[in-house]
Design a protein around this ligand. Structure first.
Ligand SMILES: O=C(O)CCC(=O)C(=O)O
Ligand SMILES: [Fe+2]
Length: 205
C-alpha cells in the first residue's frame, strides 16, 4: 500500500470543511455565511471554467435600447454534469451541510464571468423563482480576482453590508435574503477576471 499518498493526499471531505464558516445575521431573518479559502484548487477551477464553460453574452431590452449584459453567463441545469470535479464536490458538500436548514439539495449552478472591472451586476434579489416568496439559499463560490458583494435592505432600516469575495471563498446568502435584501456587484476601476458559481435549489433563480 502506498501509505505516502494515503497520508498526504488531500481528501475532498477533509478539504471541504465548514469549520471556518462565519454567519453574519442581517435584518428580517436574512443572513450571509462566509468561509474564506474554502474551495480547494481554485487556480485549476478558474482555468478550467474560463476554458470549458460555453460562455454566452446576453443582451436585453433596457427602455428603448438593447444593451449588453455586462458579464458572460452559463447555467448548468438539474442533472447536467459540472465542468470541474471540485464543483461537484462543493455542491454535494453544501447540500449536506445545509440539509437541515434548507430542506432540499442544491440543484443548479449558475456561472458568471466578470472579465474585468467593467463587468458587474446591478441591484437585485434572486426572485424569479421561489426566492420571491419563501426563504431559500444561494451559495456562491468565487474564483479569480476579488470583487465585492454589496447587500442592502429593501426597506431600509439597516446599513448596507459589503463583503469581499476572494479566490476560493464561499459566500452563502440565506433566510429571507433574496426577498428582504438586495445584492449587487458594482463596477470597479481595476479588476482582473473573476468567475462566480452560484448553487441554487430547484426553482430558485
Ligand atoms: O457575482 C456574484 O457572485 C453574484 C451574482 C448574482 O448575484 C447573480 O447572478 O444572481
Ligand atoms: Fe443574485
Amino acid at each position: 500500500m502506498d501509505f505516502q499518498s494515503t497520508l498526504f493526499a488531500p481528501s475532498a471531505s477533509a478539504a471541504l470543511s465548514f469549520a471556518g464558516v462565519e454567519r453574519h445575521e442581517l435584518t428580517r431573518g436574512a443572513w450571509v455565511d462566509v468561509a474564506r479559502g474554502w474551495l480547494p484548487e481554485p487556480d485549476d477551477v478558474f482555468e478550467t471554467l474560463v476554458r470549458d464553460v460555453p460562455w454566452r453574452a446576453d443582451r436585453r431590452q433596457m427602455y428603448d435600447r438593447i444593451v449588453d449584459v455586462p458579464r458572460l453567463l452559463h447555467t448548468y441545469m438539474i442533472g447536467e454534469e459540472l465542468p470541474h470535479a471540485r464543483l461537484t464536490e462543493a455542491r454535494d458538500a453544501l447540500s449536506a451541510h445545509y440539509a437541515e436548514e434548507l430542506g432540499e439539495p442544491f440543484r443548479t449552478a449558475g456561472c458568471c464571468y466578470y472579465r474585468d472591472g467593467r463587468d458587474s451586476v446591478a441591484w437585485h434579489g434572486d426572485t424569479i423563482g421561489r426566492g420571491k416568496t419563501t426563504d431559500t439559499m444561494v451559495a456562491i463560490v468565487s474564483v479569480g480576482d476579488p470583487r465585492r458583494l454589496h447587500l442592502r435592505p429593501r426597506l431600509g432600516g439597516a446599513e448596507p453590508v459589503v463583503l469581499e469575495m476572494g479566490h476560493g471563498d464561499l459566500v452563502t446568502m440565506g433566510g429571507s435574503c433574496q426577498r428582504t435584501w438586495e445584492h449587487a456587484v458594482p463596477k470597479v476601476a481595476h479588476a482582473g477576471p473573476r468567475i462566480s458559481v452560484q448553487f441554487r435549489p430547484f426553482n430558485v433563480f
